[in-house]
Design a protein around this ligand. Structure first.
Ligand code: AR6
Length: 173
C-alpha cells in the first residue's frame, strides 16, 4: 500500500522523513510545528536558523520545502513545508497546497529516501477545510507516486475527524 492513514502523533513515527507544517520563518510555532521542535530538541531550531533567508524573516516561502536532520526524533529527517493560509479559496490555496506535497516528495527523492509521513498541512491554525485539503493532498500524492513503487507515504492524522476526511478522499478516487 503506497499510501496509508494512521491516527498518531507524527513525532512518534519512525519514517525516513516526517513533514512539518511550518511557517515561512521556520523558527517554530504552535501545532505540529511546536510538537516537532519539542521532540527533536534545540538542535532543530539551530539547523533551521542556519537555512538562508531569501527575504527578511522568510526561509521557506509558501508551497516550498526545506530539509533538516531529525535530531532526537525517531525520523531521520524533517522536511519543512509551508502550507497556505485559508482565505476561502480565493488566494490559490489549492495549487499552493499541491506544491507543498510535490516539493516534499521531490526532496525525499533527491535524498534517496523511501518513507515519509505527512500531517494534515494547513488544516489546523491555517484553517484549510479538512475535506478540501484531503482531496488535494490525496490527488497530488497519487499523481506523484504513479510509477514510484519505492516510496511509501503515511498520512498522519491527529484526530478521528481528520482521519475520516483522508479516508474519504482515498476512497473517492
Ligand atoms: N502530530 C500530527 N498531527 C498534528 C500534531 C502532531 N503532533 N499536532 C497537530 N497536528 P497545524 P497549519 C495536526 O496548526 O494549519 C504553526 O504555528 C493538527 O491537528 O499544526 O499548517 C506553524 O508554525 C492539524 O490537523 O498547521 C504555522 O504558523 C494539522 O496537524 C502554522 O501553525 C496541521 O495543523 C501552520 O498551520
Amino acid at each position: 500500500m503506497p499510501i496509508e492513514i494512521v491516527t498518531a502523533d507524527i513525532t512518534h513515527l519512525r519514517t525516513d522523513a516526517i513533514v512539518n507544517a511550518a511557517n515561512p520563518g521556520l523558527l517554530g510555532g504552535g501545532g505540529v510545528d511546536g510538537a516537532i521542535h519539542r521532540a527533536a530538541g534545540p538542535a532543530l531550531l539551530q539547523a533551521c536558523r542556519a537555512l538562508p533567508e531569501i527575504a527578511p524573516g522568510v526561509r521557506c516561502p509558501t508551497g516550498e520545502a526545506r530539509l533538516t536532520p531529525g535530531f532526537a526524533l525517531p525520523a531521520r529527517w524533517v522536511i519543512h513545508t509551508v502550507g497556505p493560509v485559508w482565505y476561502g479559496g480565493t488566494r490559490d490555496e489549492a495549487p499552493l497546497l499541491e506544491r507543498c506535497h510535490r516539493n516534499a516528495l521531490q526532496l525525499l527523492r533527491a535524498q534517496r529516501l523511501h518513507t515519509i509521513a505527512f500531517p494534515a498541512i494547513s488544516c489546523g491554525i491555517y484553517g484549510y477545510p479538512a475535506a478540501q485539503a484531503a482531496a488535494v493532498a490525496v490527488a497530488t500524492l497519487r499523481d506523484e507516486l504513479a510509477g514510484n513503487d519505492d516510496i511509501e507515504v503515511t498520512l498522519c492524522c491527529f484526530s478521528e475527524a481528520m482521519r475520516a476526511a483522508f479516508q474519504h478522499a482515498l476512497n473517492a478516487a
